[in-house]
Design a protein around this ligand. Structure first.
Ligand SMILES: Cc1ncc(COP(=O)(O)O)c(C=O)c1O
Length: 404
């Protein structure tokens, strides 16, 4: 039997965790020292080889390939379905804007999506004369749901909201506001049976690096993630797993030399100059040293334990925080049952300001964030969190509430 996951080794490698109590993994994960060193080493190697020489290209190619392989492995998809991006948003938007919509078709967007993605959908709808419908999921607040009521409610809601002309559904794998996990495979199955075969775009900002993602990534058309949140990699590097259908039916959008089969020459007669794999959605020069940083962080996470064991530890910490907060008289936890992952959102009385709570906790060296929709506070625990931190957070929330 594997020893229980403690996260201790990884924690000891993260300078960001040594002098504060950190609960903003959903905003950005701390970067471990070995990942920082891997970035530095890679940068140095590129300079030694010569940044633009025939000597450096095999190194760059090997870096790109081994990173895509690692990401493809985590997502359980073949390497040709992966495109490297800078962040979650570009992973969602680059393939989205190239989908073949017709005027009058409809986009069904969950009510818990990130403003960047929602605004891109609104602009897309304006340009291509599409209509937008909203799928209510914020109300699904059961948390860990042994009876699968969440799945049933969601499926009912989806079937109610899907129209014959719906061509795209946009939803997150793990909702950034409530912390509820969405059963992506169930949604994909419904869409597959729907007459208009809507595409499924999944925002994986909060799932990648935290919960197992392979089933969802395999069932989505666009599964977009970043390395800089739960995977604890550097900011500026993300990726997207793209279905074979979108690779075949979607056009490249932000086009550059990396999208091209032959990057050095293009003639006007060429009909389809673009790669047919994930590179179709890659653009141009990007920061190669970050690749080594992300691989290092993914390896360090794996060394702490395999995905499901890590999630068990995260769940035990989030359960502990959720129970402590639930016991405080002025706090309402957003989820009615234990959190299925590491996001714990809660409200404080209307008369008290969440922003002030964030500021006052920050003065104690404790970092959480507030959210606008619904207005609430959110604390995240990861495999590197400690029980003592969770105690301290709950105690300080209680203390600060009296000062608000
Ligand atoms: C659900 C969700 N989507 C998208 C984003 C934006 O991420 P990025 O800056 O990597 O595009 C965030 C960031 O918090 C998020 O939580």
């Amino acid at each position: 039997m594997n020893p229980p996951v403690t996260g201790k080794n990884l924690r000891s490698l993260m300078p960001a965790l040594l002098n504060k109590r950190y609960f903003n993994y959903g905003g950005q994960g701390p970067l471990p020292i070995p990942s920082l060193q891997a970035i530095q080493n890679s940068w140095q190697r590129i300079q030694e080889l010569g940044p633009f020489t025939n000597d450096v290209w095999p190194y760059v190619l090997a870096e790109l390939n081994s990173t895509k392989k690692a990401l493809a492995n985590t997502c359980g998809v073949s390497i040709n379905r992966i495109a490297l991006t800078e962040n979650v948003t570009s992973g969602c938007i680059l393939p989205l804007l190239g989908l073949p919509f017709k005027p009058g078709q409809r986009l069904l967007i969950s009510d818990s999506e990130h403003p960047g993605i929602v605004s891109a959908c609104i602009e897309l709808a304006r340009r291509q004369q599409l209509e937008i419908d909203i799928l209510p999921v914020q109300q699904l607040r059961k948390g860990v749901d042994e009876h699968k009521d969440v799945d049933i409610l969601l499926v009912n809601e989806l079937e109610r909201k899907l129209k014959p002309s719906t061509k795209l559904v946009v939803i997150s794998h793990l909702l950034w506001n409530t912390g509820q996990i969405i059963p992506i495979k169930n949604i994909a199955e419904i869409l597959l049976a729907h007459p208009s075969r809507p595409y499924l775009l999944v925002d994986a900002a909060q799932s990648f690096g935290q919960i197992p993602v392979a089933t969802a990534a395999n069932n989505a058309d666009i599964y977009a993630f970043t390395g800089h949140k739960w995977a604890c990699g550097p900011e500026g590097l993300g990726g997207v797993a793209i279905s074979q259908r979108v690779l075949e039916e979607g056009s490249p959008t932000l086009i550059g030399w990396r999208s091209l089969k032959n990057e050095s020459i293009i003639n006007l007669e060429q009909i389809d100059p673009f790669h047919s794999d994930g590179r179709r959605f890659e653009v141009a020069t990007s920061c190669i040293p970050l690749l080594a940083g992300l691989r290092s962080s993914l390896e360090l996470l794996d060394q702490e334990g395999e995905e499901t064991s890590r999630l068990k530890r995260i769940q035990s910490l989030s359960y502990s925080l959720w129970s402590k907060l639930k016991a405080l008289p002025e706090i309402n936890c957003i989820l009615q049952g234990p959190p299925p992952a590491g996001l714990v959102s809660f409200t404080i009385p209307h008369s008290k300001s969440p922003k002030r709570m964030v500021r006052l906790l920050g003065q104690e060296g404790i970092w959480i964030r507030d959210l606008e929709n619904p207005i609430c506070l959110r604390a995240c625990v990861h495999v590197t969190s400690e029980c003592s931190e969770v105690h301290s957070l709950a105690r300080n929330i209680e203390k600060v509430l009296k000062r608000l």
